[in-house]
Ligand binder design. Structure first.
Ligand code: BV8
Length: 245
């Protein structure tokens, strides 16, 4: 599928919705989950990214998140993040729904963001549910405790078996309903319900453009599949758009 056709769809679009996954941060140096060198290649999801894992061994789960926080703290947004941040101003209606918890979209200047799976830098008190941002790496203690009540804190991240944040999920599904174009970037499309944004957009006659290094679970249903690294394909797509008036 040619990038020129995808650019034509985008140039005519007024409402654009984006769904990103770990692949959009890969070129910033952050490991993905399921690809080569991905987290789930060597670690088991059930031991780290579920409520049961945290109940069983909060220290082990926090050691994994501490390691990820230290990795992400060294990483910067890449050209793909920056194009998406610029496009927010270009289209009358724009929403970036992300499965990523690294905060790189926000660091690149994106504001219209729906973080579907939470945030690596936010800690939640397991007793009160109150949340606070703590960017210190390393954290002073693992597992961290709530400064107000002393209860264990958990990462404010959506684990497997947990519902997505209601307001962000509703915002993302609504944006998939109304959009002219849905861009699906750097996701294997295996995690639900995030991947179902593709079905919602298609059911409402949007054009769905996938950007990925390789074929995914979504490639057969999307309107266009652009194969290549997001930090290369997004700037190339951007250059094909008419000057931003
Ligand atoms: C829920 C937190 C209900 C952890 C994450 C059976 C069938 C269907 C669904 C289920 C099922 N059994 C269980 C479920 C539901 C489950 C699910 O989807 N499981 C899957 C694995 C089968 N979903 C849930 O549990 C969700 N909750 O359903 O709740 C409910 C409702 C009401 C009340 C109670 C409960 C919660 C899902 C959220 C889980 N949490 N993360 C953490 O991050 O610490 S998911 C995890 O996967 C990450 O968030 C990640 O973002 C997400 C998706 O992965 P990707 O981002 O796609 O990353 P991946 O490595 O897979 O792929 C990277 C892609 O990038 C690849 O395609 C690669 O080719 C590409 N790439 C690489 N480099 C580049 C690139 N592309 C472009 N450029 C590059 N340079």
């Amino acid at each position: 599928m040619s990038i020129a056709l995808a650019a034509e769809w985008l140039a005519r679009a007024r409402q654009v919705t984006v769904l990103t996954g770990a692949g959009v941060s890969a070129e910033s140096g952050i490991p993905t989950f399921r690809g080569d060198g991905g987290y789930w290649r060597k670690l088991r999801v059930e031991e780290l990214a579920t409520p049961a894992a945290f109940t069983r061994d909060p220290k082990l789960v926090w050691e994994w998140y501490e390691e990820r926080r230290q990795t992400v703290a060294q990483c910067a947004p890449n050209a793909g993040h920056r194009v998406l941040a610029a496009w927010e101003k270009r289209f009358p209606f724009f929403l970036l729904a992300t499965q990523n918890v690294d905060g790189l979209h926000q660091a690149a200047g994106s504001v219209r963001v729906a973080p579907l799976h939470g945030d690596l830098w936010t800690l939640r008190c397991t007793a009160e549910g109150t949340e606070r941002i703590d960017r210190r790496t390393p954290l002073p203690a693992i597992p961290p405790r709530c400064p107000a009540c002393g209860a264990l804190e958990r990462p404010a991240i959506v684990w497997f078996g947990e519902p997505l944040p209601k307001e962000h999920w509703e915002e993302a599904t609504q944006a998939a309903v109304v959009c002219d174009v849905l861009l699906v970037i750097g996701t294997s499309g295996v995690v639900q319900p995030a991947a179902s944004l593709v079905d919602i957009a298609l059911a409402h006659h949007a054009r769905v453009i996938e950007i990925n290094l390789r074929e995914t679970a979504l490639s057969d249903v999307v309107s266009a599949s652009l194969q290549g690294p997001a930090a290369t394909v997004l700037p190339a797509l951007d250059r094909l758009l008419p000057p931003d008036t």
